[in-house]
Ligand binder design. Structure first.
Ligand code: SIN
Length: 287
């Protein structure tokens, strides 16, 4: 396998991977590339049967079930991404972190697209490590002390009605997460607020919360934190929701774009401030 970094901060393409026959050491290399580059891409793949995609995703951990989206018949772990001429909404058409409203949001998402528009339909990914790193130390210090509410009622209610989902009896998830989370594998701090699900910052007035969130959203969207993926048929993207936000551009209407998405279950995000002080404590105990 060959690893081609795509920008200095985020994204790499992995060439020559046979996902149907991966050895343990090849999987370990993919896992390491995923930790180093936050999103990895595979081109020139066959269309993966749903059970093969599910089996590959399971190597990263237990799978996550989406709280709202319709799934593929017989494969409850597979969320069908589909936009076409009659669609009222297209998934991911705005900056977001997948299902950050869950108390335990998905660790990673794996998407393979089978049908593509003739042009357009790119997905943009942004590094939330870079977003945090480039804030001033004073603002970083302030953010490290804060939590924010993530809600989904406004996102999901009625969203999939045109795909036969009746959600009148459902309650959609909400959660309170630290604004700066420690990545459980790399230990690095990542900014964890997004304009789709984050609604307010705990302990600030509504005006303060709105202004600070706007500042952070504007900052997160700087192009130097991004990689933009132009899909080829059956390409696969695997992104780390703990340190990446993404935006699936719906610039191809009325054309069709379709594929299968599987998400891997994550843990409750940990505050970077607490993770940092625990690390310091462990270090001082060892000295
Ligand atoms: C999503 O947000 O999961 C959709 C991403 C995409 O369609 O590129």
């Amino acid at each position: 396998m060959e690893l081609i970094p795509l920008t200095p901060v985020i994204g790499a393409e992995i060439r020559g991977a046979d996902l149907l026959n991966l050895s343990d050491s090849q999987f370990a290399d993919i896992h390491a590339a995923f930790a180093d580059h936050s999103v990895v891409f595979f081109r020139d793949q066959p269309e993966l049967p749903p059970d093969v995609q599910v089996a590959f995703a399971r190597r990263f951990g237990e799978l996550h079930t989406h709280p709202a989206a319709p799934t593929l018949e017989g494969h409850p772990e597979v969320f069908v991404i589909h936009a076409h001429a009659e669609s009222k909404v297209a998934n991911g058409n705005g900056w977001h972190t997948d299902v950050s409203c869950d108390v335990e949001p998905p660790l990673a998402t794996m998407l393979q697209l089978h049908t593509l528009p003739s042009t357009g339909g790119d997905t943009l990914f942004a590094s939330m490590y870079a977003a945090f790193e480039t804030l001033s130390p004073n603002l970083q210090e302030f953010l490290l002390q804060l939590n924010a509410h993530h809600e989904s009622e406004h996102v999901y209610r009625g969203r999939y009605s045109d795909r036969g989902v009746d959600d009148t009896e459902r309650t959609y998830p909400q959660a309170l997460h630290p604004i700066v989370c420690a990545h459980p594998v790399t230990g690095k701090p990542a900014l964890y607020v997004n304009p789709s699900f984050t609604t307010r910052i705990e302990g600030l007035s509504s005006a303060e919360s709105q202004s600070l969130l706007k500042l952070l959203y504007d900052h997160q969207q700087r192009p130097e934190f991004q990689v933009r993926f132009n899909w080829s048929p059956n390409a696969i993207a695997l992104w780390d929701n703990r340190c990446v936000q993404h935006f699936a551009l719906w610039d191809y209407w009325p054309e069709e774009r379709k594929g299968h998405r599987v998400t891997i279950k994550g843990a409750q995000p940990e505050s970077a401030r607490e993770a940092g002080s625990q690390r310091k404590m462990r270090l001082s105990q060892r000295l």
